[in-house]
Design a protein around this ligand. Structure first.
Ligand code: PEP
Length: 251
């Protein structure tokens, strides 16, 4: 049985003070981690505040990006080794904003996945097609290509512990959610791809989230789909009340 994981992606929002206030408002109302894992992925400058505020609670902590080198002359980057030392559980890689604005390639993302695993931080690997690709009905081919390239050289055990987030770019921050059927269809394709690349056990264990305008009003319908194990959520994870409604969707 896969434990659902609902993770917020704060993007470039929140400062350490707001982070502490947010966590204080949610920390005693989160579900048991064995029922639903709740996580917040925050900007690097907020991670220390997030970790301190979340201590002793059910909130898991993630970064939004990391570099593939642990240390060296790489001005402005975040070390996966230091994330581990700070007690960070997850790190988003391959978000479409990073692929688009910062020109990250599948090769970079693959190196980042390897570096995170080497340091005991679980990647949340994002994939997803543009509107143009979907209109050309090439979305499956596109996403399968991303998955194959991003996972190259990873072991079955590593992939089994990974979180994959299917995020169609046209649904991110647009208010335009993919239908639960469209989301399920792609998450199923991703699981089948993992089965082809690895084996059935790995495919059954890997957790696959949907991301793209998930909110309290649609989370239940999305989470009811058999191949969807969670959500990666931007806008609706910025307010404590809305985040609590999302992570407590089973109530
Ligand atoms: C995201 O940032 O990964 C995301 C899915 O954003 P939103 O929920 O705002 O569409």
């Amino acid at each position: 049985m896969r434990t659902p994981i609902i993770a917020g992606n704060w993007k470039l929002h929140m400062n350490p003070e707001q982070t502490a206030e947010f966590v204080a408002a949610v920390k005693d109302k989160l579900p048991e981690s064995s029922k639903v894992e709740s996580a917040i992925c925050a900007p690097a400058v907020d991670l220390d505040a997030l970790r301190k505020a979340a201590e002793g609670s059910n909130l898991h902590i993630g970064a939004e990006n990391a570099y593939f080198e642990e240390e060296g002359a790489f001005t402005g980057e975040t070390s996966p080794k230091v994330l581990k030392e700070m007690g960070i559980n997850y790190c988003i890689i391959g978000h479409s904003e990073r692929r688009g604005y910062f020109h990250e390639t599948d090769e970079d993302i693959n190196k980042k996945a390897k570096a995170l695993f080497a340091n005991g931080v679980t990647p949340i690997l994002c994939c997803g097609e543009s509107l143009e690709t979907r209109e050309a009905n090439k979305q499956e081919e596109w996403v399968v290509g991303q998955i194959k390239a991003d996972l190259e050289g990873l072991s079955a055990d590593q992939v089994a512990s990974l979180v994959i987030a299917y995020e169609p770019i046209w649904a991110i921050g647009t208010g335009k959610t993919a239908t639960a059927e469209q989301a399920e269809e792609m998450c199923k394709t991703i699981r089948e791809t993992i089965k082809d690349l690895y084996n059935e056990e790995t495919a059954e264990n890997v957790r696959i989230q949907y991301g793209g305008s998930v909110k309290p009003a649609n989370v239940k319908e999305i989470m009811a789909k058999p191949n969807i194990d969670g959500g990666l959520i931007g806008g609706a994870a910025l307010e404590p009340e809305s985040f609590l409604a999302l992570v407590n969707y089973q109530d």
